[in-house]
Design a protein around this ligand. Structure first.
Ligand code: PLP
Length: 284
């Protein structure tokens, strides 16, 4: 695989980053994941906009222009012959040459890394027909989850706890309400209404969430943006989650209790189709 590192396209084994890089010793970096279908980037302007915002919230500038980001994404797809899959990008505060809590001096170059992950058949995930089983765990992350940082240890631990308990993923709960999933935004459906937590610093402002809610509103579906509890999820007609890499996936079990019929429901199934259809129309 050919990857991108600080202006160069390199074989992955030759792409090396300093042990002093702030991303490595401080998790001082942000990332984005963009899905690729039929060789095209989904929701790309949204991902770039959020990247700039994440960087800015951490006091960093965006090292590249939108056109430069697009050109790198396109080139990596071409070099690696990716039709379906995703592109990961990460920007860190760079290499100060030593370990120090204080930021490196102004002008220290940021580290920019991108790589592709080919996933043939990405849009035909069989889980869309069977659904996911989730458990709930306390949300012990820091309080700025709206910034897409590379501090992913807690979500990773939560995912492993889910697997240990024979489930597929974990939903994070704070003050009695679901914040989001380990790497996705969460929803329930009750009496035809789509319910999802409102945006704040408590959750990542999912790009897939934003697009999907727009498509759903355009299709005259009812939406309510408010927090919900695990108990409500268990009593809901349907549940599902969204992310750039999974699109829309139904959730059929929460903490061992079946949601609705215990099979993917009509709303989640329709929203998955709607998202794939509409986001492909605007893919670049
Ligand atoms: N919430 C969290 C914590 C995430 O890590 C992600 C994606 O990685 C999402 C939500 C979904 O965001 P998006 O739709 O932009 O992928």
């Amino acid at each position: 695989r050919t990857v991108y590192l600080n202006g160069e396209y390199l074989p992955e084994a030759e792409a090396k980053v300093s042990i002093f890089d702030r991303g490595f010793v401080m998790a001082d970096g942000v990332y984005e994941v963009t899905s690729v279908l039929q060789g095209k980037l989904l929701d790309f302007p949204g991902h770039l906009k959020r990247l700039t915002r994440s960087l800015s919230e951490l006091g960093m500038g965006n090292p590249l222009s939108d056109d430069e980001w697009l050109a790198i994404h396109r080139k990596l797809l071409e070099l690696n012959d990716v039709r379906d899959g995703m592109i990961y990008l990460q920007v860190t505060r760079g290499n100060p040459g030593d370990r120090d809590f204080a930021f490196p001096p102004e002008g220290t170059p940021q580290t920019v890394v991108l790589f592709t992950q080919a996933k043939p058949g990405l849009a035909d995930n069989p889980v869309a027909k069977t659904g996911m089983r989730v458990i709930s765990v306390p949300d012990l992350r820091w309080a700025r989850r709206d910034i897409k940082t590379v501090q992913l240890l807690y979500p990773s631990l939560a995912k492993m706890e889910a697997k240990k308990q024979g489930a597929d993923d974990a939903w994070l709960v704070e003050d009695g309400f679901v914040t989001e999933g380990t790497s996705n935004n969460t929803y329930i459906v009750k009496d035809g209404k789509i319910i999802t937590r409102d945006l704040s610093t408590d959750i990542l402002h999912g790009i897939t969430r934003g697009s999907l809610l727009r498509y759903a509103a355009e299709a005259q579906m009812q939406i309510e943006e408010r927090p919900f509890t695990i108990e409500e999820a268990k009593q809901a007609d349907e549940a599902f989650f969204t992310s750039a890499s999974a699109f829309v996936l139904p959730v059929v079990e929460v903490d061992g209790a079946k949601v609705g019929t215990g099979t993917p429901g009509p709303v989640a199934t329709r929203l998955r189709e709607l998202y794939l259809e509409e986001s492909l129309k605007s893919a670049i």
